[in-house]
Design a protein around this ligand. Structure first.
Ligand SMILES: Cc1ncc(C[n+]2csc(CCOP(=O)(O)OP(=O)(O)O)c2C)c(N)n1
Ligand code: SF4
Ligand SMILES: [Mg+2]
Length: 288
């Protein structure tokens, strides 16, 4: 058991009052505390954005990377350190825009990492521009003033399912009990896990707010959804509208990338000695 005090982060939290990120941080601390994994075996990898500041607010190993590139770094961290629990915390602007390719390939490869998407429909840190998950017609500073966002949003649950992700879920930061359970399931899952987290941005997003999600979300698990059926999951993923399903959409057991590559679990890549002369000779081959 890791206590709340042990997880206290090094920096003062700068999120706005009422931000949905608070619920995500509280859920993460609870999920980690009860997972049974030692504190020094977690690594958080984040991108750039309000949600991506989370490594500063929790006492874990962390790498705060570049906008859209957290997934690439996380895959490297994981493959060189198979004994570590790698968590990725990213925003919708970051990872459904610039970083989307990385996410799709990580899902396809079944890399054993857990991705927690702080999905608020806007680019919060840069002052509320509509993000790739904003609904068509959502009006923001960067959309046409009356018609709003002129395209359909990225449906990341559907994208992840079609990419071959082996654990796909959606949580809501206002439902902490449910979110803790989803985070724990994602971290325990062997393979690529995505939790799309509906996270109100109190300051910029006046549409996807607490009231909207409280009124429009419903539990998949309370409604007899079969998590072993990818096509049924896909159907639920496309049912967004007035009723937004939350819970586990899909889970499957499949070989992870490390297993498919037959990487030695006890011979970690980070412990391999590198002969810099050998590396240099390989580099030299490519220099004209
Ligand atoms: C390569 C690059 N492009 C753009 C930016 C500027 N930038 C910083 S955060 C951000 C948007 C973050 O939005 P999101 O990922 O949704 O996070 P939120 O702030 O909403 O949590 C942008 C565009 C950047 N830092 N780097
Ligand atoms: S701008 Fe939005 S996402 Fe960022 S801290 Fe404030 S409420 Fe949260
Ligand atoms: Mg965002």
């Amino acid at each position: 058991m890791i206590t709340k005090e042990q997880l206290e982060g090094p920096k003062k939290i700068t999120w706005c009052i009422g931000c949905g990120n608070f619920g995500i941080l509280a859920s993460l601390k609870k999920a980690i505390g009860e997972l049974g994994v030692p504190q020094n075996e977690f690594v958080i990898v984040s991108g750039i954005g309000c949600g991506s500041k989370i490594p500063h607010y929790i006492n874990l190993n962390a790498i705060h990377t570049l906008h859209g590139r957290a997934m690439a770094v996380a895959q490297g961290v994981h493959l060189a350190n198979l004994d570590l629990e790698v968590l990725v915390h990213v925003g919708d602007g970051d990872t459904l825009g610039e970083g989307l390719g990385h996410l799709m390939h990580a899902a396809r490869r079944n890399v054993d990492i857990s991705v927690f998407l702080h999905n608020n429909g806007v680019m919060g840190l840069t002052k509320g521009q509509f993000s790739p998950s904003a609904p068509r017609g959502y009006v923001s500073r960067t959309s046409p003033p009356e018609a709003g966002a002129p395209m359909n949003p990225v449906n990341i649950v559907a994208y992840a399912l079609t990419a071959g992700a082996t654990f796909v879920a959606r949580g809501f930061s206002g439902d902490q009990k449910g979110l803790v359970a989803l985070m724990r399931k994602a971290m325990k899952h062997k393979g690529f896990a995505l939790v799309d987290i509906l996270q109100p941005c109190q300051t910029w997003n006046r549409v996807l707010n607490w009231k909207f999600y409280n009124e429009h979300t419903y539990s998949l698990q309370d409604n007899g959804h079969d998590i072993n059926n990818r096509m049924a999951a896909l159907e639920k993923a496309f049912s967004n509208g007035d009723k937004i399903p939350i819970g586990v959409f899909y889970q499957e057991k499949a070989p992870t990338l490390a297993e498919s590559l037959a990487l030695p679990v006890d011979g970690r890549l980070r412990d391999h000695k590198t002969d810099s002369k050998e590396v240099q000779s390989i580099i030299d081959e490519f220099i004209l």
